[in-house]
Ligand binder design. Structure first.
Ligand SMILES: C[S@@+](CC[C@H](N)C(=O)[O-])C[C@H]1O[C@@H](n2cnc3c(N)ncnc32)[C@H](O)[C@@H]1O
Length: 517
């Protein structure tokens, strides 16, 4: 059965939109029904169903949860823009690309770039524009652009953009690289020919399409936020193998491998941090400063004792109900040793600035944490971690409305953010709204069923709702995650445990307490 042969009635789309809202909190208005239709066309043939109503009925059942989860990334297109993160693009344009072009010319080959998780194509077209602006000939730059979402890939390959999406493109570039067609801006054939789009799942364990050491640079920005830690490590390993020695990896503004053991070195270029596969023989180019060269044997650094002092915290107005969680936090949630050299407030990389905020939260200096979090969110309105951290500081100060506003802003940017859902649940508990909390934790768990903390918090809501049976079930689910994958959540919230083992112990304790009643 060809997917084109499918007829999809509007009522099926309406039911699907309602289901997405209930399970994942995803709002799809009738404007987005065409995207739903394309996603159904992509998924339905694999299930052997050709009736959309039947397919949606299956999604509603427990057995259809897996399929609904598989559909999710196809119905949301991640936010993106041309020349997103201008500082990174400046470093790429002024320092990284000219060096790569010089090497590639010496070897009489093109510069090979990969935009991994390219969404609707703004990123790879930006890379190609930089190449031409820096004097490369069109056949001197090859950009492979991939995404899991076939709808995004299809739109990207079309290369047509409404004017509102071209805000980051300068006038000269608009004139040079776009033609006005039917009221929209279309990339020129020359630019389009430099970018080749494909569907590709980064989380798949092998990437047969990618030859070892075939890429000079990889942009994978604002994508690994979707992955758990083992997946991130596996993806980084495969990126490493795909890059030539000396090849560059650009991650998102606040995405960092800082606490993860990888073979990449982190290098400062023009004031931003970029990862690099070390050159053969370990030499580094003259333009760069190596900040840190982690190896697989690098232990996760412990916090600097002079910074992470245990200072008595003033009691915030309202703390979330987290019964029985008197558990030491793992070092993974602690600030990095970069802070040893105390940064002036509001300066440093986004990761360092987030770390400063954590230090202030731990010290109990909430007003300063709030100031810094506001400044960070303002400087990088697009940054998920900044939004969520701002929400957390508000929540800790008892400003529940402001906290919710910040989490909603995070969801605007990343509709599938597990953290935003989880923290919205905590805010609802603080506000004394257990039914809302139950809904948000359930959504977080739909997005990430192995999230031990989500099961634990859901159990606590059930306790509040005087539903001990459901509470027991959820505590057992939390305990079952003991050997499950760890989840490094964006955003710091004191007194929430981070390790599955700690959560399992707390759940066992609560389970025993419930049985004694
Ligand atoms: C927020 S967008 C980022 C777009 C662009 N890289 C940027 O920074 O502007 C994230 C993209 O990652 C894609 N994505 C998520 N999981 C993926 C996976 N497993 N494999 C490939 N792409 C994935 C999503 O479909 C989405 O288009």
């Amino acid at each position: 059965m060809s997917s084109d042969a499918l007829t999809i009635e509007r009522s099926a789309l309406e039911q699907l939109a309602a289901l997405l809202l209930e399970r994942a909190g995803l709002k799809v208005t009738p404007d987005g029904y065409n995207g739903l239709r394309l996603a159904l066309q992509a998924r339905m043939p694999a299930t052997g169903l050709d009736d959309a109503g039947e397919y949606v009925r299956r999604l509603k059942q427990l057995a259809g949860e897996h399929e609904l989860r598989a559909l999710l990334p196809l119905v949301t297109v991640g936010k993106t823009e041309f020349f997103r993160d201008s500082r990174q693009f400046a470093a790429f344009e002024n320092e990284v690309f000219p060096e790569l072009l010089k090497f590639a010319r010496r070897e009489a080959r093109p510069v090979r770039a990969w935009s991994a998780g390219c969404a609707t194509g703004e990123e790879p077209y930006s890379i190609a524009m930089v190449g031409l602006d820096r004097g490369a000939l069109p056949n001197e730059v090859e950009c492979w652009a991939t995404d899991l979402n076939p709808v995004a890939v299809e739109n990207a390959a079309r290369g047509r953009f409404a004017i509102r999406r071209l805000l980051g493109v300068s006038e000269p570039r608009l004139a040079r690289f776009f033609n006005l067609v039917d009221g929209q801006y279309e990339v020129t054939p020359q630019l389009r020919d430099m970018v080749h789009f494909d569907g590709h799942n980064l989380a798949a364990p092998i990437w047969p399409q990618v030859k070892p050491q075939s890429k000079d640079l990889i942009f994978c920005r604002n994508v690994i936020i979707y992955f758990d830690q083992p997946t991130i490590l596996a993806v980084m390993d495969r990126f490493y193998d795909s890059l030539r020695p000396g090849g560059w990896l650009f991650l998102g503004y606040s995405e960092s491998l800082f606490r993860l053991p990888t073979r990449f070195e982190m290098i400062e270029v023009g004031g931003v941090f970029i990862y690099r596969r070390p050159m053969r023989g370990g030499t580094t180019s003259a333009m760069t400063t190596v900040v840190r060269a982690p190896t697989t044997s690098t232990p996760i650094p412990a916090p600097a004792p002079e910074v992470v002092k245990t200072v008595e915290r003033p009691t915030p107005k309202a703390l979330p109900l987290v019964v029985g969680l008197q558990i030491p936090r793992s070092t993974a949630a602690m600030p990095s040793p970069v802070l040893r050299a105390a940064q002036p407030p509001g300066t440093g990389t986004p990761v360092q600035r987030l770390d400063q905020i954590i230090v202030d939260i731990e010290r109990g200096d909430f007003p300063r944490a709030l100031r810094l979090a506001h400044a960070l969110a303002e400087d990088s309105p697009d940054d998920l971690a900044a939004r969520i951290t701002l929400g957390n500081v508000h929540a800790l100060m008892g400003n529940i409305d402001e906290a919710r506003e910040a989490y909603q802003a995070a969801l605007q940017r990343e509709p599938l953010s597990v953290e935003a859902r989880l923290y919205l649940g905590i805010a609802a508990m603080q506000a004394g709204e257990p039914e809302v909390a139950r809904q948000e934790f359930t959504r977080a768990l739909f997005l990430e069923p192995t999230l031990a903390l989500g099961h634990y918090l859901l159990a606590q809501v059930h306790e509040r709702r005087s539903d001990p049976e459901a509470a027991r079930r959820s505590y057992r689910n939390a305990i079952n995650q003991r050997k499950g994958p760890p989840h490094a959540l964006i955003g710091h919230f004191p007194d929430l445990p981070t390790s599955n083992e700690a959560i399992a112990q707390a759940a066992q304790y609560r389970l025993a307490a419930l049985s004694e009643r």
